[in-house]
Each structure stands twice: as C-alpha cells, then as structure tokens.
Design a protein around this ligand. Structure first.
Ligand code: IVH
Length: 681
C-alpha cells in the first residue's frame, strides 16, 4: 500500500473512533458493540506499531478519553455515602453547634470536640476490606448505589491491597477522596478543565490501564461498614488509618470553640494556595462516634458533620441577555446569559438572578458587566453590577407580565405564613396547559429521585418533546421506540437499553411515585412523610377523592402529620382538584406497580404507633426522641386524635390542653421515664 493510502485508512479509523467515543461517553448512546469498538481500536494500534510516523494526537494511544459512565457494575453501598451540608460563615457554625447541643439536650457551655479535616475537591470512593484484603472498590454514585471501580482503584499506589495488622477489623469500608495533585495536573495533557475532572475522568476509565497513566492519589477520612469497631472517636480512627498504611491529611486537627474554628479556617484559607491539592473548605465532624450515632441524619446529610466552605471564587462578565425559565411548578426564574468565563476551573455561561425583586434591588440590566460568584455546586450568582462600565443608553429590565410559554398573566401569590406577597412570580397555568410546565414536569418525572429512567435525561426529554413523541408522563410507557431508529444517535443497543430502563421504572415505591408527580411543596422528604403515613397507593389516592369534599376526613389527618402543614395541604388540594391531574394519575396507577411503603425491617414495641410528644425533656431533646421513635417505626403526629396511641409528656412546659385532650380520648399519657422504658433508652 502507498503511504498516502495507509494514512487515509488510519485517519478514517481515528475519526470513526472519535465519533463512537462521543456517542458512547458524551451521549451515552453507543452505536456499535464493545467488540466492534475494540476491533477498530486494535487496528489503529496495529497500524501505529508498523508505521510509527502515523501516530496522531487523537490516537487512542495518546488520549485519556472521555469520562465514562454506565460502564461499571452497579453495587448498592452497605451504608449509604452521604453528602454534607454547607456552612459559609462563622454564624453558620454557631448554628451548627447550637443545633447539635439542642438535639443532644446539652447545655450551651458544654464543649463538643470536632475533628477538622481539609475538604479535598476530588472524587470520593469506598474501599471494602475483608480479612485485610481489598475486595471491592465503589464510586459514590448517587450515594446509595455506586459503581464497581475496583480494578481502577487498585492502580493507585496509596491504596493498600493487603493489610496485615492484628487490630484491623474483619470487615472495613474505608472511605476517602481520590485526587490528583496540582503539580501532577500541570504535567499531564490538558484534556480536562481542572484536577477534579481529571481525577474523575481517569478513575472511571473502562480500561483500568488508562487509569494507571494518571498519577492518582488517595486520602482516607471515613468509614462505612466496620465490624468490629475498636475505635470510639474519629481521631482514633484517623490514627489507626495511618498505622494500617493509609494516607491521611497532615492538616487534620481538633477544635472545640467557635473562635478556634474561625481562626483555623482563616489560617487554612490563606494556606490554600500553597497546598498541592485543591481544597474547597474544611469538614468538621463530631469526634465522639457515640454522639455521631445519636445525632444521626437529616435526609441526605449527617447532623454531626458540616463542610465549612472557603470563600467562593469570583469573576467578571457581560450579560448578553436575561431569559425567563419556567419551572415545573410555574415559577418564573430570570437567568442571565453571560459571555462564558472560567471561574475556579469551570466554564460559566449562566447565572441565576433569582426573581424580580433581586433584579430591582441590584439594578441588573442587559449589557451590564457584573461580578459572578460560583460556590461549590450551587448555580452561579450575580453579586453586583460594575456601574462604571454601564452603557449610557442602558434601560431598566422589565420583568414580563405574562408567562413566556403560555401567555397567562403572571402572578405573585400572597403567602399566608409571612403575610407578604411572594418574591417569586408564577405562571398560574389555570388551564394546566402551559407547555413549559408540562415539559419540566416530564423532566422531573423521569429524574433520578423519581422514576429514575436511565437514558431519558433532560436533553432526551427535550428532543422527544420537540418531536411530539411525549407530552404527559404516561406517554413514556406507550412510546413506540422503533421510531427512534430514524433519529440520529439512536442504535439498536441504546433503544434496547431505554426499553429496559422504562420497563424497570414501572415498579416504584409509593414515596418515589408521590414525589414524581411534582406537586408543589411535596419534595422528597414530604413525599416520604406522606407515603409513611398512608402506606399504600389506595389510601393515598383516597385523598384525591376526599380532599375537596366539605366533609374531608383526610384534612384533619393530614394536619396531624408532623411535617405537613397548610401549604402542603392546599397544594395537594389544588393538585387533586384538577381533572387533568386526576386523569394522569389514574393512568399512571394502571401502568405502574406502586409498592407499599415499607419503613420497617424489624418489629419494635412502637411499630406503627401514632405518638405525640409535648414539653421539654430531661435526658434527650424532643427532636432526638422523635427521631429515635421514627427510626423504630413509629409515626409522629402533631395533633391528638382518637387514633393517637401515646402522648409522651416532658416534665417542663407541656401543653396542658393536649394532656386533657388525650385523657378525653382515653389515650395513654406517658412520662419521660415510662417512655424510655418502652423504647429501652
Ligand atoms: S465526610 C457523611 N470528610 O465531600 C460524611 N468528606 O460533601 C460525608 N470530602 O462526598 C463525607 N474531604 O467527596 C468527608 N474529610 C472529608 C472530606 C470529604 C472531602 C468530600 C467527599 C464527600 C463530599 C461531601
């Protein structure tokens, strides 16, 4: 073959591979099988071996590749990998400590020791050791289910494969951060925007040999499953980690007063630029593991830990336009479209302007040069306008009076709690026909915490919507997927994958289903509370028939559920008063298999009992007692009804009316001691 022909074949194959990489990694829609892909790759490598001069920068032998997803076995974490709530100021830390003390019923002056650790901006991983052997390595995934990246993790020198120490637990999941140092990042090729992306990208390479090419590091800071646990404090655990051969941060220390915390934060923030890895703050954890256990979790983050963020990174850019986005509940959110700028390694081209009041307060206008702040995963915000750079002819931004999608007159609701008009402008969508709202509802319906239909992300929903393939949630289940064959990017394999994930999503727990409906004020937590209360779909949808009747029996019942208030009830009522919603729900109920809510693994003396607490308690705070009772399967109510099983009364400031009501209904009234005996506290 002539040199030119060889070159042509080589370039063609490289281009083919690039196209497939894009389909596979970027769009998650492979066009060919793995085997076919590997064949092309091998041909390129063979050609390169024979004709060294061919090697091109886009060759698979040169590239690190795209970030992989969906390519690893999914494994449920033995203990979920949670996230942390954030503190941005000294005041936030004061509140954090106060809440802990309140929850534990401790006096203000009691000292709580915190383990302070740098918060490395990397990728978290969980390493499972059985009898000292590293057997399974998982990525965080969604916190509940991770991906099996054992082989990739084994390439990291900081991760011991075998630990031969007598005090090493029989089973231990070591948790920590995979990262790349700033200096190593500078050395490797610049396919990635920042060290974190580089670490994530190389860690999740399908071929672990690719991972090996990037000098990844691992810093240990936590644990998941641990049997037996010989350590009683986070500080003890961190010391043990070191003994067992793990790397821990040299900046870990122990603090207890707000002043100490504040000054340490200032020192570390100054040091930040000298440290050879990216850190975006400090993490504080209650050192005593027994207290950690008592404090437990609120939704996805522990009460016993917080991330104290460093100040956000900022940049200046020009606002090209202000667009109004319509959310799934009709909220009209103004978004500034800005000239793209890189802030802290991330390209930013949108910034939220929150609402009309915020625009007026900061007097933000199109064509203004503005200061943009990006903090963690939060949507970038506009901090202020650079008035010196304002155009003489600039005009005030007028917030639209109508919904940009359906033309309905936009409104601001009156908030009966604050007794003020809401800051948010809404599309009232009286006809339930606003296209943007419907589309956003669809996106919510398929999202991770709702139906979790893999392969049907926001972009795909947009695409199917534009092609008029879907409009209402139930359309997804009647989709003729063969139509997709005609759409670019959809192959047999990806269509099959989508078919499977749609089918899989048909079996759904009641709480997820309630959440998927996108009812205003019914987020993940409230959906759980409702599911926990109603237990099955029949009882829950009894609501839809009942709530609007004047003799509603559910209204009082809802009112008594801890966590459900007037806004939630009004919103449910509005939702179920609409025929279109009723039609959608009933069609979904006939398509889906909605599983009853199971909140209890073990039977306890208070399983399913309705319990109310009143007053202040001596040994534990009311919040802790409620939390414990819930974790033992009881339901906490905030009003006495004849169904209530126990009223537990604290020795100080109980509501006498509640005690009298309980007595009238013949409900058992318990003291703190009597209650503690029942739950064996
Ligand atoms: S503790 C429940 N400790 O921060 C405890 N996390 O926002 C959660 N991180 O996913 C984790 N350094 O990726 C913990 N010393 C540290 C950490 C740390 C970095 C990351 C980790 C986690 C995220 C939580």
């Amino acid at each position: 073959m002539k040199k030119k022909e060889i070159e042509k074949i080589y370039i063609e194959k490289i281009n083919q591979l690039n196209k497939h990489d894009k389909a596979y990694f970027e769009h998650d829609k492979p066009i060919i099988s793995d085997k076919e892909y590997d064949d092309i790759k091998q041909k390129i490598l063979d050609l390169e071996k024979r004709y060294k001069y061919l090697i091109n920068k886009n060759s698979p032998s040169k590239k690190v590749g795209y970030e992989a997803s969906n390519k690893f076995k999914k494994v449920t974490h033995d203990i979920p990998m949670l996230s942390l709530s954030n503190a941005f100021s000294k005041e936030d830390i004061v509140v954090f400590l106060k809440k802990i003390k309140n929850f534990l019923n401790l006096k203000e002056n009691v000292k709580i020791i915190l383990s302070s650790e740098p918060k490395i901006d990397g990728i978290s991983a969980s390493l499972k050791y059985i009898d000292g052997i590293f057997v399974l390595g998982l990525s965080r995934g969604d916190g509940k289910i991770g991906e099996d990246i054992t082989n990739n993790l084994k390439t990291i020198d900081d991760i011991p494969i075998k630990i031969d120490k007598p005090n090493f637990p029989k089973i231990l999941e070591v948790r920590g951060e995979v990262y790349i140092t700033k200096s190593d990042f500078k050395k490797i090729n610049k396919n990635f925007a920042n060290p974190r992306n580089a670490a994530g990208g190389s860690l999740r390479q399908k071929d672990y040999r690719e991972t090996k090419k990037i000098p990844l590091k691992f810093l240990a800071y936590g644990f998941g499953l641990a049997e037996p646990t010989s350590f009683k404090k986070q500080s003890e655990y961190l010391k043990l980690l070191k003994d067992w051969g793990f790397k821990t941060s040299s900046f870990n220390n122990w603090l207890s007063s707000v002043e100490e915390i504040d000054s340490n934060h200032k020192i570390m923030e100054k040091k930040r630029s000298e440290i050879d890895y990216d850190l975006d703050g400090l993490v504080y954890k209650v050192d005593d593991l027994n207290l950690q256990k008592r404090l437990g979790f609120v939704s996805n983050s522990p009460r016993w830990a917080i991330a104290h963020k460093f100040s956000a990174e900022k940049g200046f850019s020009k606002i090209k336009n202000i667009e109004i986005q319509v959310g799934k509940t009709g909220a009209l959110t103004p978004v500034a479209k800005i000239d793209p700028i890189t802030i802290g390694g991330v390209v930013v081209s949108n910034a939220t302007l929150h609402n009309e009041d915020e625009i007026n307060r900061k007097d933000i206008r199109i064509n203004d040069v503005v200061c943009i702040q990006r903090a963690g995963d939060v949507i970038p915000q506009v901090i202020h306008v650079d008035l010196l750079k304002r155009d003489k002819n600039s005009k005030k931004f007028l917030f639209p009076k109508k919904c940009p999608s359906c033309g309905s007159k936009a409104i601001k609701e009156f908030n009966s709690n604050t007794k003020k008009k809401d800051a948010v402008t809404r599309c009232p969508d009286l006809e339930f026909k606003c296209n943007e709202i419907l589309k956003e509802k669809l996106k919510h319906f398929v999202s991770k915490d709702a139906l979790n239909i893999e392969g049907l992300g926001k972009k795909v929903v947009e695409n199917f919507w534009d092609r008029k393939l879907i409009k209402y949630p139930y359309d997804i289940f009647n989709l003729d997927l063969n139509i997709l064959k005609k759409i670019e990017g959809w192959g047999k394999k990806s269509i099959n994958n989508l078919k499977n994930s749609i089918n899989k999503s048909k079996e759904i727990s009641l709480d997820r289903f309630i959440f998927s409906l996108g009812i205003r004020h019914i987020g993940e937590e409230n959906a759980k509370v409702l599911a926990k209360h109603f237990l099955n779909e029949k009882k829950f949808f009894g609501l839809s028939r009942d709530l609007n009747s004047s003799e509603s029996k559910y209204r009082d019942e809802l009112q008594s559920i801890d966590g459900i208030g007037n806004s939630q009830i009004e919103s449910l009522k509005k939702f179920f008063s609409n025929n279109q919603n009723l039609r959608i729900v009933s069609r979904l109920v006939s398509i889906l298999r909605i599983k009853d809510y199971k909140y209890l693994k073990k039977k306890t003396p208070i399983s399913e009992k309705l319990i109310m607490f009143t007053g202040t308690f001596v040994n534990n705070s009311r919040s802790e007692l409620k939390f414990l009772a819930e974790s033992m399967g009881a339901k906490i109510v905030s009003n006495i009804s004849k169904k209530t099983d126990y009223l537990v009364v604290g020795s100080q400031k109980p509501t006498v009316r509640k005690i009298n009501e309980a007595k009238n209904f013949n409900i058992e009234v318990l003291t703190e001691d009597e209650w503690n005996k029942i739950v064996s506290l």
